[in-house]
Design a protein around this ligand. Structure first.
Ligand code: ZN
Length: 495
């Protein structure tokens, strides 16, 4: 290794040395009164006053924004601010106020880019596994029932329940979808959501579908609260469901749950449960996934928001004086991005932020650890040098000369501020990029352009953020393995 020769002192430093005057470290008044400076100082004072909470956690709430990469958090905070008529760039989502932060490495046991199954499993069990698998270690083989028995690993929800706490999982997707299933299911194939989704061989070898696992978990480990979509997986075909084994799992759940429990299927039924009245809730609000918030007016009038489900879940779980574990998934952030539709990605992220906000208003961070993270990122990119107040869903202009209008690529066409690496907005084979000059990119149904054409956008593999507050939240710092999240939750709960 060679070192560069010493450079002569700069002119300024030389002049100061010659004059012999000490350099004053006092910034000018116009610097210290600058709003960025003032806000930075306030943040510093807050950080200096921050004391870690080293106590035990009575409760833990794990919020998972499915597919909520850091660029999605940034774009959503801008979107939320602009929707409220404020400056978007300096706006914050609710969970950005949590005091501790780490980066999470989300790769799975066998892939640089994870899907939700091994990712949520890493958080719930402390063990990474292969893509497509839930609640098993990396020795399991995909879609192979035989490999299940020797590869099962215990979930945090099961451990918490055995230790006397209440447990719950809620989501905007089917409750049998990969992320919520990671709280209660063990399966070598995430697609086994109902019996109709399983091969006859898997059934013959004794594996059971995810919906049945939710209802039939060994006594003492069952979830007290489970809410989301996916009703079809719980009802037989002749009752409008999808099951081929003739089982009515909703009835089975009701028989098992006993008194002080409620099965609900509409927002009104959920709202009618008074706090403390039900200790156990099964809420199935759609046959498949719940509709996007953006489609509430046409498809979602009788569906609760993620915020409403969060509040009801906390009310039910908090009836246990020993405390609880709750997983809350904003499951359709991911689905907006799979469709290449930034509008839905961002509106779902804002809904997710509202759910965190509602939880923060209900619990006490003295005894409740709140973690907000993502299971993986998506290829959403915020790019160009657009004006500070450019609409986040609009075309990129040039901040140094906004009057010139949209900036063009070397193909002579404008581009939107948000785009995707892969997805349905990619140019079809042998065709050129679509000209957006006359396209309304702020239309809620606009599909952002993508570099690589795919029917459904692929996840991406860069790190995601972990935001945390409450007991032991200070243990989230630096760059950590996703499976470490389990260790902090386990430690905080004293399990
Ligand atoms: Zn996904």
């Amino acid at each position: 290794m060679s070192y560069p020769a010493l450079r002569p002192l700069s002119g300024l430093l030389l002049a100061l040395t010659i004059s012999g005057t000490a350099l004053a470290a006092e910034p000018a008044a116009h610097q210290t009164s600058n709003p960025y400076y003032v806000s930075g100082l306030a943040t510093l004072n807050k950080a200096l006053a921050q004391q870690p909470n080293t106590g035990k956690a009575k409760n833990v709430i794990l919020f998972i924004g499915d597919g909520m990469g850091i660029s999605t958090v940034t774009a959503a905070r801008i979107f939320a601010g602009q929707q409220a008529g404020r400056d978007g760039a300096s706006n914050s989502l609710s969970f950005e106020a949590l005091p501790y932060l780490a980066l999470s490495k989300t790769y799975s046991h066998d892939s640089l880019v994870t899907d939700s199954a091994p990712s949520a499993s890493a958080m719930m069990t402390g063990v990474k596994t292969k893509n497509g698998m839930i609640g098993v270690d990396g020795s399991a083989r995909l879609n192979d029932c035989d490999s299940l028995n020797t590869s099962k690993v215990m979930t945090l929800a099961e451990m918490a329940k055995i230790a006397g706490r209440s447990t719950g999982a809620i989501t905007t997707t089917r409750i049998t979808h990969a992320t919520p299933a990671s709280a209660y299911a063990h399966t070598p194939f995430r697609d086994w959501e109902g019996d109709e989704n399983m091969s006859s061989q898997a059934k013959a070898e004794g594996c059971i579908d995810i919906a049945r696992q939710l209802v039939e978990m060994p006594y003492g480990t069952t979830l007290d609260v489970a809410m989301g979509g996916g009703r079809s997986r719980f009802r037989p075909k002749d009752q409008g469901g999808a099951r081929t084994d003739g089982r009515d799992l909703i009835k089975d759940w009701q028989n098992r749950a006993g008194p002080q429990s409620a099965y609900v299927s509409t927002a009104n039924e959920l709202a009618a449960i008074k706090p403390g009245q039900a200790h156990k809730i099964l809420g199935l609000f759609a046959e498949e996934h719940m509709p996007f918030e953006a489609d509430r007016a046409t498809q979602g009038q009788d569906k609760p928001t993620l915020e409403a489900m969060t509040v009801a879940a906390i009310d039910a779980l908090a009836t246990n004086p020993k405390g609880y574990f709750l997983m809350v998934e904003g499951g359709e952030i991911d689905m907006g991005s799979h469709g290449g539709n930034a509008y839905r990605t961002l509106t779902e992220t804002v809904e997710f932020s509202k759910a965190v906000s509602a939880a923060l208003a209900k619990v006490n961070l003295k005894d409740t650890l709140i973690i907000v993270t993502a299971d993986h990122s998506h290829g959403l990119v915020l790019s160009g040098y657009p004006s500070r107040n450019a609409p986040i869903l609009g075309l990129a202009d040039d901040s140094s000369n906004p009057a010139r209008g949209p900036v063009k690529g070397i193909d002579g066409k404008p581009y939107s501020i948000l785009s995707f690496a892969t997805g349905p907005g990619g140019p079809e084979a042998d065709k050129v990029r679509r000209d957006l000059s006359t396209v309304d990119t702020q239309d809620p149904n606009f599909t952002q352009q993508a570099t690589i054409p795919m029917i459904s956008a692929a996840h991406s593999g860069e790190d995601v953020a972990i935001f945390a507050g409450g007991p032991q939240a200070h243990l989230f710092h630096g760059v950590v393995e996703e499976s470490y999240i389990f260790q902090v939750m386990r430690h905080a709960l004293g399990l």
